[in-house]
Unconditional design. Structure first.
Length: 339
């Protein structure tokens, strides 16, 4: 194997820098069938995401899913696409810019911050190259998934490690694998929820909707389910809400096997018949608004709830580039910079 080397090092040159990579899931380059097929193939080929025997899954993916799903997904992406591109990419870039600005107040230009997507562009490999080209030899990686899961954070580590296996001179690495217990993150969620309640009133039920995973991932030892419930509890306690006022649900299931329950869509359909006519939904597992929050929750979820007899549906946006979120991310990163 040919390793990539760094041949321009000068021992009399400037001292190496530290740098930061903010990582998110990724997005297709455009809301078109061809781009969705390329993106979904990379995403769904990841064994961390789909734990099915490889040969069987290769056949299902290439001969069934990639012939049907890209066109459907492209239509959904077009419903949320902006002039600046995918909402996920737009907000992720804004987060990079915001964190860079906060860190620059203390470290000047000595801690560059770049964006890396697990799937699609800009890739994690490109992000690492950008930093090493800036003389960064100590890298902090922050996957923007507050609650650890092997399918997200674990997969991000795989991508970082795979890139390192190609390098002759491997940088020092600080990998943050979760931050759902961070006081700054919980504070940011509470500020967002309290602001919404102050403006729109107290809902009958505050729903915390997290991206789902197959139940067998939990049974096989993935801590994600517990971390989601822990996030809900920490926010509820800080806001002083009763357990009856909140609930945790899981969205975005795919396929026929059981996923983490209760399901968000089924919950929204059932609540009006239980006398719950006013709900607010927040998605604390998503650091940025994206297809799963804008289209699945704020569009489809709203429709399900109102069609079932619900009277008021509110969606509380993700933390995105809100100042409290940017400060929270910067504080999480700073703890690693001080090591």
């Amino acid at each position: 194997m040919k390793y990539i080397g760094q041949t321009d090092y000068d021992h009399r040159g400037p001292a190496p820098k530290r740098g930061v990579i903010l990582c998110n899931l990724g997005t297709p380059d455009a809301p078109q069938t061809t781009e969705l097929r390329r993106y979904l193939k990379e995403f769904l080929s990841d064994p961390r995401v789909v734990e099915v025997p490889r040969l069987l899954w290769w056949i299902i993916l290439n001969f069934i899913i990639l012939r049907i799903r890209p066109r459907r997904s492209a239509k959904l992406y077009r419903s949320v696409w902006t002039e600046s591109g995918s909402p996920l990419l737009v907000y992720s870039r804004a987060q990079v810019e915001g964190v860079q600005k906060v860190l620059a107040e203390k470290y000047g230009d000595q801690v560059p911050v770049v964006l890396g997507m697990r799937y699609g562009n800009p890739s994690i490999e490109l992000a690492i190259k950008q930093l090493t080209d800036l003389n960064v030899r100590d890298i902090v990686v922050l996957p923007l998934y507050p609650q650890y899961s092997g399918a997200t954070t674990g997969s991000t580590f795989d991508a970082v490690a795979k890139t390192f296996t190609k390098m002759r001179w491997v940088p020092e690495l600080h990998f943050i694998n979760s931050y759902h217990q961070s006081a700054a993150y919980i504070d940011a969620l509470c500020v967002s929820i309290k602001s919404h309640i102050d403006q729109s009133g107290q809902p009958d039920k505050l729903i915390f909707s997290y991206h789902g995973t197959p139940e067998r991932y939990l049974k096989n030892g993935d801590p994600y389910h517990c971390f989601c419930h822990q996030t809900t509890r920490l926010v509820r306690e800080q806001l002083g809400l009763d357990e009856s006022q909140v609930m945790t649900t899981f969205q975005s299931r795919f396929g026929r096997e059981p996923w983490l329950q209760p399901y968000t869509d089924k919950t929204l359909e059932a609540l009006p018949n239980e006398g719950i006519k006013n709900v607010a939904v927040i998605c604390p597992g998503f650091s940025s608004d994206c297809l799963e929050t804008i289209e699945e929750i704020n569009m489809q979820g709203r429709q399900l709830f109102t069609d079932a007899g619900g009277e008021k549906f509110s969606y509380i946006p993700c933390l995105n580039d809100h100042p409290t979120h940017i400060k929270a991310l910067a504080s999480i990163i700073e703890k690693q910079l001080k090591h």
